[in-house]
Design a protein around this ligand. Sequence first.
Ligand code: PEP
Ligand code: MG
Length: 324
Amino acid sequence: FTEGLEAISGLPCLTPDNYRIPLWVNTGLMTDTVRSLDRGAEGVGLYRTEVPFLLRERFPSELEQEKIYRHQLEAFAPRPVTMRTLDIGGDKSLSYFPIKEDNPFLGWRGIRVTLDHPEIFLVQVRAMLKASVGLDNLRIMLPMITSVFEVEEAMHLIHRAHTEVLSEGLPVVMPPVGVMVEVPAAVYQVRELAKQVDFLSIGSNDLTQYLLAVDRNNPRVANLYNSFHPAVLQAVQKIIDDTHKEGKTVSICGELAGDPAAAILLMAMGVDMLSMSATNLLKVKWTLRRITMEKAKDILAEVLTMDNAQVIRSSLELALCSEG
Ligand code: PEP
Ligand code: MG
């Protein structure tokens, strides 16, 4: 599908009625970086820092991490790079830091692990801050936030790391900090969370899994895992509206953002930016460059009256075909 789309790599994601929506990428491996830049990514909405951790046999040192992060920040500079703090647990466990639990997705995951191990968190944040010196394109994002106190604790640690790096004589600026909204509790805490941070980002992969109570990796219930479920769509709309009430920006960095049919809905809902795998960048841009915001809003209004994820999905396909 992406074949022949290279021609639009350098063009902005602009609808025919001049609505501009930035398209960012999700990265982890260095190969993602080259593909992303070739396809005109405007920034990184999610850099999964656990990827370099998963590729090693022990925790990378502060200096090793600094080098890895510097590489990523330099490759995209001056574009912003959103680095998510370590999101292990769930389905991602490190061989050198095993976590054995009956219900890993409801267990010790993401921010829960790093707040229990502030030494891991501090090393990581210091490495990010040091890597950003002179580039100033770093944004830090916290995964699996469920309660406001987790953000308060994490902010406290980030400020501490910042002070430590400053005291080493490095001219590091305090980066914007954001949280992922991917746990249902966070959906109802968006305004309180937004007051604490600079930006929010919707993790539709986990949000779908937790809202629908469907394991995102279990083939037996894969037919039930559908981000077009009206409950997910309504949650996303609420997150966007509540974030904007606090004057903050909200992006979406789950797989949903890279689905052209969903991108139409998300744009109409007013999301500030879409972040996706580089593979989907050009087809999403191609789709959004052909549909007016006015039409997208009509489609959204119609979809929000429907109660079945599969019907929603197929009616979007139909709308796409008739536009195409
Ligand atoms: C998500 O949950 O939507 C997300 C982007 O994070 P991950 O897929 O890494 O859990
Ligand atoms: Mg997630």
